[in-house]
Design a protein around this ligand. Sequence first.
Ligand SMILES: [Fe+2]
Length: 179
Amino acid sequence: MSQLTIFQDSAPDAILVRTEDAEVMATELAKIGVQFERWESPVTLSPEDSAEIILEAYRPYLDALMGAKGAGSADVIKLTPENPAAPALREKFLSEHQHTEDEIRFFVHGSGHFVMHVGEKVYDALCEQGDLISVPAHTKHWFDAGAKPFFTALRVFTDTSGWVAHFTGDKISERFPVA
Ligand SMILES: [Fe+2]
């Protein structure tokens, strides 16, 4: 179940808001400029399906989204616990960072936590299959899909060279274990 939990950044133990209501999630996240939507899958896809099949199935949504965002490309990323690179990938995006372009992801299968640090609050968005999240450029955030990551996600890029992680050096994510 998708879920949003909001904390004061100085108090990881004190939950300010917790909701599994997608509309409330969208409303709360919109306040910090983060777009959150649930998409109905047009077809039933298997985790074994190729990137081409997944991109084709979501083409109508992608075309609309890419048009709205001025995005030039999309691809598919899969991560499973068997992937030998999984621990290193987890480690990399677990530290607070920013990008110079929006981070736009749609979960075809599986789940992961996008955690945004805006002002003095932390917004932990657990995204599940069917969830779209768009984190604006320059928003401080981190990502965690846990020690046994399992997800397939569409990625939409306005400029692939912009999707480079700039680390803030803040150790805040160590105080907010989410997965
Ligand atoms: Fe990121």
